[in-house]
Design a protein around this ligand. Sequence first.
Ligand SMILES: [Zn+2]
Length: 65
Amino acid sequence: MAKTQSFADKATKAAAMKGAKCPTCGGIYQPLLVISSERSKVSSSIKFNERRVQVCKCNEKQIYS
Ligand SMILES: [Zn+2]
């Protein structure tokens, strides 16, 4: 019984993390991996920067433009 309870607990917490809501628009944040390339002035090689962003209605226009 104790095991079942703790599993349900974890599932609830995971769901809460996934469904993080934006306080401004009330939309659910969608995690998105944005990769941008940057050319180094010194070695002329290309460096890739990865960053994770949380997208909602407030910033989707900036990110997808
Ligand atoms: Zn928002």
